[in-house]
Write a new protein. Sequence first.
Length: 627
Amino acid sequence: MKYFLSLLVLWLYSFSLFAAHTLRVVPFPSLSQLPVSAVHRIFQDSEGYMWYGTVNGLCRDDGYQVKIFRSDVNTPGLLNDNTIQCISESKDGFIWFGSDHGAYRLDKRQGTVTPLDSVRLQRQFIRNMYSTSDGNMWLSVGSELLRYDSSGAFQKSYPLRNMQGSPSWLAGFCESRQREVLITVGGGAIYRYDKENDAFSEYAVPPSGTVLTCIFQDNTHDYYWVGTQSEGLVLFNPSAERDSLFLFSPLPKNSMGMADGEILFAVQDDYEGWLWMTTRSDLIAMRYDSASRRLRPVDFRLPVSSNRMLNEIYKDRFGSLWVASFDEPSFIIRFSEDVFEEYALPALYRRTSFKPAVMALSDACERKMWVSQERTGLGLYDLNRDTVSFYFDFPELSGLPLWSVKHLSPSRRQGNVWVLPEYQSVAYELSRAGMTMNLQRMVLPRSLRPHEFFTQLYEDSEERLWIGTNNGLYLYDLKSQDWQVVNDTLGQVSAIQAGKNGLFWVGTTDKGVYSVAPCGPITHFPSPRSVTCLTVSEEGQVWVGTQDGGVFELSPSEGDWQEHTRSCGLDGDIVNQLVADVYGHLWIDTNQKLIEYNPSNPSFSSYLTTDGSLSLYRFIPTAVCQG
């Protein structure tokens, strides 16, 4: 039998940053569809689409597929050069991009590409491109910064000069929260744009020998962070005394432990305010220690490597960090308020001589888990000490039919669990004292049809049990011990979940989905698919997994079904479990892998495949059983 993974996850690397967050490094979701593996630039537009600049065209990733804009046999002459150097978006929603030879304006609705300013741009190397809140577009070309309006009409050119007055290049560009535009110039100073005079004036001169690169404003303070070519990341505070404008820190160190002060790109994350930078050799993260007024290393390292050819680091609207790479797959750094932990479960093997074959899981708190093991039945596992006890270790439980359990449901009593033995018409609530299991109570139906048995159980906040059977749905009040038939002709119940406005949602194997209001009507949403699981999102949308590997979204108000199977990356594997998290993402367990799906900007990531190994990967929401 295939192993059951109740939200079990691990991918390339996983770092526990601190008590509340976990960091994960995952590959770009559409790498296989890109024309080349190396990515130069990354950009997310106002609609959430991701755009990638490569040496073989501009790529738009809509979550389903990648569309490539380039000159080739299908679209000859579309671009003067397919090497994309920069990407931006104008205020009216057009994508602007620059190449080694020319700049272009792309109409997302029509999919048409129009050259920009044939006089000034079409044979030029377009180094950088930025938009500002006033609707202006800024392009760096040679030793000039050019300003255009959003329609592509040229406005003005601004010369770029180093400290010696010689032609230079644009190194960094930043629009502050105060709507001020600052730029850094290679071998030069920091300059500020004066709207009244329509000119850039010198704002701050770095110490002699310091060559500036990127610049951005701190997330919460008015000072700035400025990259350099050899001295790391520098704090620039315009409000400080003139001799204290720039504050230097010890050089950052790469994964080899070597100092690397050449900063290419840098951003600040939205979670802890850490500063992330791509350098000549690596990706490095540091935090600012306000007490010592220095940048300090943090507990983050990619696997040791002598050198990495990384380029841009880009923060998307969800706070994830996208890192472009030339020599290895580009990747995403994702932050989560959940903890991912790996356990090998050696005690199961020691006691049973079988590799772990977990059928169902439920949290028992204090880092213990209720676990149903194939062939050996219900157990209790201590994740700290790697010990396990089974139901047959306790005389009170040894005579109960707990040798085959495929459904465990959390009780409202902390650490307790509801257990449904397979093909039985009884439910047991078990508690524990340390690693000792105790029978708290059992629930027997008042009357059922012949050969009717329990399949699903959900305890609501009113201490009522919603019990599904192979025929219908029942309600049992734990306080009054009242047994109520909700509907005994729904079909075989395969899932029960609470929803919005007091509704409960019930999935069946052969008749679709029902919404049930306590003491109210039952609404039927027919489906031709056999439902294996369901979940309800924060917005009230109902997500359904099916026996044949489908994922569907039900809009209760419209009664419409929308299929998401392909956009989730599914290929026919049965969907065992769905969970909609607070971020609007859908977690999909298919026995063989766990998929994280983002329906708002359709994209997915696969985290784990099972291969019969002894490892168990456990997803623990921080809201459950702290400590």
